[in-house]
Design a protein around this ligand. Structure first.
Ligand SMILES: Nc1nc2c(c(=O)[nH]1)N=C([C@H](O)[C@H](O)COP(=O)(O)OP(=O)(O)OP(=O)(O)O)CN2
Ligand SMILES: [Zn+2]
Length: 132
């Protein structure tokens, strides 16, 4: 099994109820995002997948949908709170959809880390699935 990781970052604002009192106030973070993908087979070029393709997948979601947004207003968070955990889930699901459509269905998102500061991070492991 091989695992690749790409990193990116985005700025976003949110408001969280029931987490910590100060989090109820509108505030922002510069999230750092790390996305891991895994797979079994190297291609003829000797790579699991081109880092460029993985970066494009991650950036399409992070830059295209999250950067400089008030996250509570996004439809995905209409009925939930945009915590770092849920942001990690959101990124994992969207990146997987992009990879399935545009890159290779055999490349699976294995972990997403959403750092909301240098010292706090939520890590999401999508449900283990059988390699396609
Ligand atoms: N498990 C989670 N806990 C918290 C989340 C979260 O998404 N998942 N989010 C927050 C808030 O976003 C809050 O803005 C951050 O709170 P906190 O780390 O406590 O605050 P600071 O960044 O100011 O750090 P200090 O170490 O307290 O200075 C809270 N919890
Ligand atoms: Zn916050």
């Amino acid at each position: 099994m091989f695992e690749l990781k790409v990193k990116t970052r985005f700025a976003g604002a949110h408001q969280l109820a029931m987490v910590g009192r100060k989090c109820e106030n509108l505030h922002g973070h510069n999230w750092q995002v790390e996305v891991y993908v895994k797979g079994d087979q190297l291609n003829d070029a000797g790579v699991l997948a081109d880092f460029g393709d993985i970066k494009r997948a991650v950036r399409s979601v992070v830059d295209g949908e999250l950067d400089h947004k008030f996250l509570n207003e996004l439809p995905a968070f209409a009925d939930t709170q945009p915590t770092s955990e849920r942001i990690a889930i959101y990124i994992a699901d969207k990146v997987q959809t992009y990879l399935d459509k545009n890159v290779d269905e055999k490349i699976v998102v294995s972990r997403v880390m959403a750092w909301e500061s240098d010292d706090a991070c939520a890590i999401y492991y999508p449900a283990p699935i059988v390699m396609k």
